[in-house]
Structure formats: C-alpha cells, structure tokens
Design a protein around this ligand. Structure first.
Ligand code: NAP
Length: 512
C-alpha cells in the first residue's frame, strides 16, 4: 500500500499494454510456443475472467532451456563485468521509462492497485541498478600464510547455470532480485514465474533482450506443471543452483530434490511476522506502521504483519485507530482511481483467508471491521479486517494469512511479547514499536528473525540483505550479500618458499 491511483485506465490502454507482451517461451534468445503447443489461460483476479493465454511448458521445453543456458554459460562468465553491469543498467533505465505500462500489466494479472504496482516496478528496477554496480566489485583475496612461506589466493567465480523460481505476489521484483545478481555474477538462468503472473516476467525478458543480454543467458518457462518442469532440471546435474521464493512447503520439496546433485540453494520462504507495540510506543507511528506492514500488497506479502501484539494499556486505542484507517481504504479493481485494496489472487487465496477469519471468530475473536468476503461483485475481494480479542492459540496466528486481516492480541510484559513473537517455526521479519533505546535493543537481540523493522512498517530495499531464519529460509537477497549467492569461492594455495635467491639477469633487467 504505497499510495492511491490517480487516473482512470481505459480499456484501450489495457489492450495496448496486453498486446505489447510477448506471450511465448524465451529459449536461447528465441520466442517460441511450447513444444507440444499447450497453452493455459492467465486470469484477471479482479473480474475472475481470462486475460490471455501463454504457453504451458513441459519437460521438453525445460530441456531445451537447459541446453541454451549450459551453452551460454562459458561465454557469459567470460563477458567483462562492466559489460554485464551495463546491460543491467540499461534494463533498469528501460523498466523505469516504461514504469506506467508495466505497472498496469502487473495490476491486470495480479490485482494490486496500479499505484502499488508502480511502486513494485521501481523497487524491481532498483535491484538491477544495485547489481549493475556490484558486477564490477566482485573481488578476491591475497594473503600471506601464517608460516610466511605460502600465499592464500582466493578468487570468486560464477556458480554456473541456475534455476530461478518466483511467486505471484511480487511478479517482477522477486524476479529482478534473483536475475540481477545472477547476471552480475556471470550465471546463466532458467526462470520459472508463478503460473498466475507470467506476463510481467515475459515483459522483463523482452527488456533484457533489448538491453543487450546475449541469447541463452535468460530463458523463461511459463507453465502450470512446475514439478514436471523443475524436478528433472534439479536432478539432472547441469543446473548448479536453485534460487526459490515461495512457500515453505514447496521450498522443502525443492531442497530435497536439490540434495541429489548437492546444489547451491537460496530459499526465500514463508513468514509469520509479529508486530509488537510496546507500552512506550509512539501511537501515531505504530498505527501508520501497522497500516503499511499489514496492507502493503493487500496483505499478500511474506513480510506482512501477521500477528499484532499490543501492550494491554494501548490495545483499545490502537485497535480503534487501526480499524478506522483500514475501514477507510477503498476496495475495488486495481485500475480504478482511488482504490487502495485490490482483489486477492484467486479463489483458493480468498477461501483460505475466509476460513481463518471464520475459525478465529468461532473461538472468540471479534471482527471490529470487515470479517466477511465481499460477494457483491465478481473477483476475489476480501475487505480490510481487524480482529480483536484473538485467543493466543488460534490458527490465524500460526499460519500466513496472505490477506488484509489484522489479528490483535494483548500482552503485559516484554518477556511475554518476545516469547509470543518467537513462538513460531517462521523467522522472516518482525516489527517493534518503542521509543526506549534499551527496550529496542533487547527486542533486536532476542527476536528470532532475519529482519526487524524498528519503528518502521516496511523493511524491503535492494540495498539491504533480505532473508529469514528458521523455516523462513536460507541465504540473503539484495545488499552486499546478494551477489554471494551466485558466486563460488576458489582458493589457490601458492608455494612461495624458495631455496635459491630471486635474482638473475632477466629479473634485474625487469626491475626498476
Ligand atoms: P508457492 O505455491 O510455493 O509457489 C512459488 C513458486 O513455486 C511458483 O512459481 C510455483 O509455481 C512454484 N512451484 C510450486 N510447486 C513447485 C514444484 N513442485 N516444483 C517447482 N516449483 C514449484 O508460493 P506462492 O503461493 O506463489 O507464493 C506465496 C508464498 O511465497 C508465501 O508463502 C510467501 O510468504 C512466500 N514469499 C516469500 C518471500 C520471501 O522473500 N521470503 C517473498 C514473497 C513470497 P506455480 O505457480 O505453477 O504453482
């Protein structure tokens, strides 16, 4: 939730944007249909109607993409880092030049309001700018061994061909967060976007080509058969790394499949973020932070505040003010002016949110606003909802809601809040609101989390290492660490001991 839509998007513009997207697989630099001609329909979640069709890739297409990635690897690794960086920079510029059009495309396939899609496009492009700068900073090391005779020389080299699998909730940024460092490091790749949102990735593929990315470096497979397409790639022996963003359940499966070939893995998995409002919190900041942490991306974010723990002395005021803010957020099609809350991604997503809320209400929670799906229109709409007096053992506090629902639980002591916050298998992000430095440090050190928003409802930035602990994942994306995920370190042991003095005619002639 990063703003409001400012203008009408008419049918003509939607049509023009749709017509510009290549609706084919990208393999070895060629746009092509699936080998068996299969296609599937992409749906607009705001009207529950098909938008267009794209190829439904199968195992043969995956093998063709693999051949292209393997063939391109050596030449790509040898391409000067500056050249790799400049391709990323040109792509960054082109994405920003086409920000409006790409935002509309994203809204059509994913549902979020156009203003938010614009925010994601800028965020996505920033990963390319960041990694265009990192491409030329891949370093190594040279050090004298402790015995004085040896030298320790380290160099960093690309991991090799990679498989990148992305979710639907951030259709472009979850792609650029992986493609950016892979390109910068000199890795070739096969990208498999989520079946619900292939169009943003296909548009990105065309932009990368335009920016000068050589054929075969980036291959894109759209499919509804992710297991059939990805498993043989992981077990085959030519792919050297998988980078995945998605649910913990699928991440676990991919880790198992990666074990055969001992692949490098990066796993950005699910979250269950606690949002803690301490007794000394600045109420204005806490409410504003809660709106952002809860409502960004219609609550369909791994970073979404999933459990609000509020000190009992503030609970009534916080609940009232949050409910007032959420109730005032206009719900509708993401292309309509003023809309701040779009539809959920699909029928299954809405069903899950509905059942979590129903179950919570059945065991004693109270819906202060919202609480029931909107059935007065087509599409998968669910209204902003605040639940008070949620029992601490409720399922809604244990599972990712992935919708605009804020369950509130009260606490009395910091120890209790920390215990509740850590009582989950997840550990992606946490939020804490306090004006007390000592308390802030205590939470920062005690929370089992990969990231912490301190008096801040949003943590994502390409310049920071994004990632989780526990079942929320392995590795970090973005920041200085992001490129490491795509590099191997090679160490060369150098013998510098000598029995003869280093002198002679040629050596002397060369010296100054
Ligand atoms: P998902 O169901 O796990 O799907 C993610 C991706 O994995 C999709 O491309 C999906 O393809 C693919 N996939 C599914 N089964 C597969 C298999 N057997 N082999 C290979 N690929 C497979 O997750 P989602 O519903 O798209 O996204 C929501 C989840 O992503 C949430 O749990 C959220 O927390 C997490 N997420 C995490 C981060 C992070 O950075 N930590 C960021 C964003 C989202 P299909 O579309 O064809 O099923």
């Amino acid at each position: 939730m990063t703003g409001t839509n400012d203008g009408l998007v008419d049918d003509k513009r939607e049509k023009a944007v749709m017509e510009k997207v290549p609706r084919e697989l990208l393999i070895g630099g060629r746009w092509q249909p699936a080998a068996d001609g299969a296609e599937y329909a992409v749906e607009d979640p705001s009207v529950a109607e098909p938008l267009c069709t794209v190829p439904d890739a199968g195992p043969d297409d995956a093998q063709a993409a693999l051949r292209a990635a393997v063939e391109a690897q050596q030449g790509w690794a040898a391409t000067p880092p500056r050249e790799r960086g400049e391709i990323l920079y040109r792509a960054y510029q082109e994405i920003m030049r086409r920000q409006d059009e790409l935002a509309l495309l994203m809204t059509l396939e994913m549902g979020k309001p156009v203003a938010e899609s614009k925010g994601e496009i800028a965020y996505a492009a920033e990963f390319f700018r960041w990694f265009s700068e990192e491409a030329v900073r891949i370093d190594g090391g040279w050090q004298t061994a402790p015995d004085g005779n040896g030298r320790i020389w380290t160099m960093r080299q690309p991991v090799g061909p990679t498989l990148l699998i992305t979710p639907w909730n951030f259709p472009m940024a979850m792609g650029t967060r992986k493609i950016g460092p892979a390109v910068a490091a000199g890795c070739t790749m096969i990208v498999k976007p989520a079946h619900q949102t292939p169009l943003s990735m296909l548009a990105l593929g065309a932009i990368m080509q335009q920016a000068g990315l050589p054929d075969g470096v980036l291959n894109i497979l759209t499919t509804t058969r992710p297991g059939e397409v990805c498993e043989p790639l992981l077990r085959g022996g030519s792919i050297r790394k998988v980078s995945f963003t998605g649910s913990t359940a699928v991440g676990r499966k991919l880790l198992e499949q990666s074990a055969d070939q001992v692949l490098r893995t990066s796993m950005e998995l699910g979250g269950n973020a606690p949002f803690v409002v301490c007794q000394d919190a600045d109420m204005d900041k806490a409410v504003a932070g809660a709106v952002l942490a809860k409502m960004r991306n219609i609550g369909e974010a791994c970073t979404a505040a999933n459990r609000m723990y509020v000190h009992s002395s503030l609970a009534q005021e916080f609940t009232g003010r949050l409910a007032e803010k959420l109730a005032a957020m206009p719900v509708g099609r993401g292309t309509e002016p003023g809309v701040q809350v779009g539809p959920l991604i699909d029928a299954a997503g809405r069903k899950k949110v509905t059942s979590l809320v129903e179950e919570a209400v059945a065991v004693g929670a109270r819906a202060v606003v919202g609480g029931e799906p909107l059935s007065d229109r087509p599409g998968y709409f669910y209204p902003p909802t605040v639940l008070a007096e949620v029992p601490a053992d409720c399922r809604i506090l244990r599972e990712e809601i992935f919708g605009p629902v804020a369950p509130i639980v009260t606490f009395d002591t910091d120890d209790e809040a920390i215990r509740l916050a850590n009582d989950t298998e997840f550990g992606l992000v946490s939020y804490v609101f306090t004006e007390n430095l000592r308390r802030a440090m205590q939470y920062a050190e005690s929370l089992e989390t990969g990231m912490l928003g301190l008096n801040k409802g949003i943590v994502s930035t390409p310049a920071a290492p994004f990632g989780g602990v526990k079942h929320s994942g392995l590795g970090r994306e973005g920041g200085r660490l992001g490129i490491d995920e795509f590099l191997e370190t090679k160490y060369v042991a150098v013998d510098m001991s000598t029995t003869r003095p280093l002198k002679g005619p040629s050596l002397e002639a060369e010296s100054l």
